[in-house]
Design a protein around this ligand. Structure first.
Ligand code: ZN
Length: 157
């Protein structure tokens, strides 16, 4: 009897909380994206949309090629579009051990480490870091890659 009452209560609680819970579950499924980089220096996504409904957003990067990190390494770095060239150029000097991103670079909104064939990595960042009317670009900061290996990140309601 007590058990039945508890179930009844939890069902009532679930019903009362259903709309927010369902919304959160729906939003959660879109609060992450999978992207892969290959041996042809290409990401398989040219564009990523980030919903304002997501407090945080996760990017999962996979290396789908066969080449090692020191030859064909890939990472995922997010900056304002206006900052790409400077961040990438200065990142080259940081070297592979720092994944070609300068230490404490405030222009970098999110970044993963550089990975090689068969590896995966991810980064989660607060969407509060993104402004509505700003232009954002993600790129691989491996030397020579960022000129072609990039895409646009847009913030959507
Ligand atoms: Zn790369």
């Amino acid at each position: 009897m007590l058990h039945a009452t508890l179930i009844g209560l939890s069902l009532a609680a679930a019903a009362a909380g259903a709309p927010p819970a369902a919304a959160a579950a729906g939003a959660a499924s879109k609060c992450e994206v999978q992207i892969a980089g290959n041996d042809q220096m290409q990401f398989d996504l040219k564009q990523i949309s980030v919903s304002r409904k997501c407090p945080q957003f996760t990017v999962k990067l996979r290396h789908s090629g066969k080449l090692a990190a020191n030859v064909m390494g890939h990472n995922w770095v997010l900056t304002r579009t206006a900052d790409v060239n400077a961040v990438a150029s200065e990142g080259q000097a940081a070297g592979l051990s720092r994944s070609y991103v300068k230490d404490n670079d405030k222009r970098v909104i999110a970044k993963t480490k550089v990975i090689g064939a068969g590896e995966s990595t991810s980064v989660t960042f607060p969407t509060a870091a993104l402004k509505d009317k700003e232009s954002y670009t993600y790129f691989c900061s491996f030397p020579g890659h960022w000129a072609v290996m990039k895409g646009r990140l847009t913030v959507v309601p």
